[in-house]
Design a protein around this ligand. Sequence first.
Ligand code: ATP
Length: 407
Amino acid sequence: MSLNKKSVDDINAKGKRVLVRCDFNVPLKDGVITDETRIVAALPTIQKLINDGGKVILCSHLGKVKEGPNEKESLAPVAKRLSEKLGKEVVFVGDYNVTGEAATKAVANMKEGDVVLLQNTRFRGAEETKNGEQFSKELADLADLYVCDAFGSSHRAHASVEGVTKFITAKGGTNAVGYLMQKEIDFLGNAVENPVRPFVAILGGAKVADKLNVISNLLEKCDTLIIGGGMAYTFLKAQGYEIGKSLVDNEKIDYCKEMMAKAEKLGKKLLLPVDSVTIAEFPNPIDAPVDTVVCDVDKMPADREGCDIGPKTAELYANAVKSAKTVVWNGPMGVFENPTLAAGTIAVAKALAETDATTIIGGGDSASAVNNLGFGDKMSHISTGGGASLEFLEGKVLPGVAAADDK
Ligand code: ATP
């Protein structure tokens, strides 16, 4: 799918102030960045704008900022790491107001090819998250052009993603998407709208309720839909099986029945677990040792909890992946945080690593599982945005994409 939106290749950044919304929402531990994937993913767009002689003003959110601006959620460590990656100075404006005097001054001092990083946009609280006009305008006032490259935030109509574009347009500027946005949409879009078949979609994770629309939409697009993780038990209950103490959403049983009927009507394969790894009590902490018993789904005792797909299911799922030409995967197959309950997730990751199909990992937990297992470089594409990729798979239009100017 080619995106019919203006990209960084369609703008002339020379001498212009370009505001780039990145997704620098990286995990931090004691002020140290533990995974720089999102910084690395942002580099091609930033480098392109530097090479073109733009004045590159970067902004992003970091964390949830529940208790107001604070040093722990400052973007200072990102500025430092980014500067190392680019091999040039990144001027960090640490002002908690994000925009304002300090930012304006830093931008006024920029020369062509310079890079400035503003402070965490969520430090402006609801002004950012509720798409506030004043903050949107203040951001736009700093720039001539705007580029959205924050795929991981593109499902949110926030001031730095959406609101700002209106004010850029009002002053005759262009709103474009960056290379990362293009790449994400190309992979996910092609997979869903124009897949090389057979197209297998794998969904896991905790709850059916989180993925209702994804299940329904993917059933229409794929050839085989594989369900694992905690969400599988609501389907198994809908099929009439005893599921013991496994995670269940009783309000969604009818929905699962509907989806099974929909699969049958459309002639799609819907694969559900045939066996489970069960435990007596949920581990606390989550990676505490557990005793497991493997049960076929028709022999699950009422006092046990299914926490991973069993070995027969893992084989069934791996075989379904083998013949696929396109695979999209979102959500772990079990409580993978516990090494004893990670085998199903590992088996699926391994199957994806071994197939020659186009393999797309939809962010979130499945992305970290694949990376932690060392399979990252075996996948065709690992999305940088869990929530955004899910909404895309639901068939929703992402506000960050919609806000960019058409070609
Ligand atoms: P994200 O929301 O980060 O994108 P995701 O979409 O990959 O993640 P979630 O729906 O958040 O997945 O679910 C992941 C969680 O589901 C993990 O913490 C895992 O432990 C849990 N989980 C998976 N299988 C089970 C199960 N059988 N019982 C209970 N919890 C489970």
